[in-house]
Design a binder for this molecule. Structure first.
Ligand SMILES: C=CC1=C(C)c2cc3[nH]c(cc4nc(cc5[nH]c(cc1n2)c(C)c5CCC(=O)O)C(CCC(=O)O)=C4C)c(C)c3C=C
Ligand code: FE2
Ligand code: FE2
Length: 329
């Protein structure tokens, strides 16, 4: 049998193996030890990480994971597995041949090393790395690139390698987001103020050159245009703060509380375009915690619009990205 023309390493953040304090501690230790995620000097960060974060946070966060855990495990992993299988199917249709797709997570399992081994064992000589982060950030996308480079240290013969850097303005991405919002409005029968809530990063990272907020703004502007929304009909915010320093603003939770108290807007539809798959940050923080923030403060209606997950238009986008970035292979 001839070897495949290329393979795809579908990458995402990763998630704990179980909704227990022990598994969450293991996951957070790996995640929060990455200098791309927390860039503080180690002498300063180690005592905080080991003395405070890893002794207090895992128990609380494990409870949050338990509230969203499914029969197939963590939503992020279950959805990523479905995306992997569906992309392989789409690529078979598109290229008329078998294109292996392996799933690799930056932290936890399945690892990027295991995905690389899977592709090697399938006879793949060229690899396209496709991080499922629409907007580039050094804390996410660049970290995946680091992991791939680290994995290759164990490898005597490198494959041909290409990376997808970001796709914040790809027409099929914007279209898939717009479709998901329009379907939601049709199902609800009414339209609330649209909130595009992105995972934040420390403001300092952006000041040091991380282009993430610019890419989020690009996505938001193009999505608002695709939906023909006037400026007063939508707002962009940042969620999921961690630690004491200032993160990108405006903050999602504070904005919703302010609106709830003011009674305007009375109804919001909230989505998170930075997440290609629903996860803790959308299903618990956005769909539950922030709903409570808004309604408790006086808001009237709050609806969460799911991530693109394994929607067909999302898989069409991923297929198009693969076709675009593998020309000549
Ligand atoms: C500590 C700094 C963090 C930075 C910077 C950060 C950036 C960032 N993260 C995502 C996507 C996800 N983050 C998720 C969870 C999560 N994020 C942080 C911290 C930072 N993220 C923590 C500590 C956690 C774990 C939960 C917690 O302890 O609160 C997830 C969900 C994972 C899951 O298992 O479901 C995703 C996805 C992006 C896109 C981003 C920067 C652009
Ligand atoms: Fe995060
Ligand atoms: Fe969170």
């Amino acid at each position: 049998m001839s070897s495949p023309r290329f393979g795809v390493l579908l990458a995402n953040l990763g998630t704990p193996d179980a909704p227990t304090a022990k598994a969450v501690r293991r996951y957070l230790r790996e995640f929060l030890s990455d200098r791309r995620v927390v860039d503080l000097p180690r002498w300063k960060w180690w005592p905080i990480l080991n003395g405070i974060v890893l002794t207090t946070r895992p128990r609380r966060v494990a409870k949050a994971y338990a509230s969203i855990w499914t029969d197939e495990g963590s939503p992020l992993l279950a959805i990523s597995r479905r995306q992997r299988a569906a992309l392989e199917e789409k690529l078979r249709e598109h290229f008329g041949e078998e294109i292996p797709v392996a799933l690799g997570m930056d932290y936890g399992n399945p690892s990027i090393v295991s995905a690389g081994r899977e592709l090697r064992d399938a006879g793949v000589k060229n690899v396209l790395v496709l991080p499922l982060y629409p907007q580039f950030s050094s804390s996410t996308t660049a970290s995946i690139f680091d992991q791939v480079a680290r994995a290759l240290k164990q490898c005597p013969a490198h494959p041909g390698l290409r990376f997808v850097r970001s796709y914040c303005d790809h027409p099929l991405y914007i279209q898939a987001l717009a479709n998901s919002v329009q379907e939601h409005w049709q199902q609800q029968g009414q339209q609330g103020h649209l909130v595009m809530s992105y995972h934040g990063i420390p403001k300092r990272y952006a000041e040091q050159g991380d282009p993430y907020p610019n890419e989020c703004e690009t996505t938001s502007r193009l999505l608002a245009e695709a939906l023909s929304l006037a400026p007063h009909e939508w707002t962009m915010t940042y969620q999921s703060r961690f630690g004491r320093e200032e993160w990108l603003q405006p903050y999602t939770d504070e904005t919703l509380i302010k609106w709830g108290k003011a009674g305007s807007p009375p109804a919001v539809d909230i989505m998170s375009p930075a997440f290609a798959a629903d996860c803790l940050e959308t299903l618990e923080e956005l769909s539950e915690e922030n709903r409570e923030n808004f309604i408790h403060a006086g808001g009237k209606r709050y609806a969460y619009i799911p991530a693109l997950n394994d929607r067909d238009d999302h898989l069409e986008l991923l297929t198009s990205l693969v076709a675009q970035h593998t020309q000549g292979w």
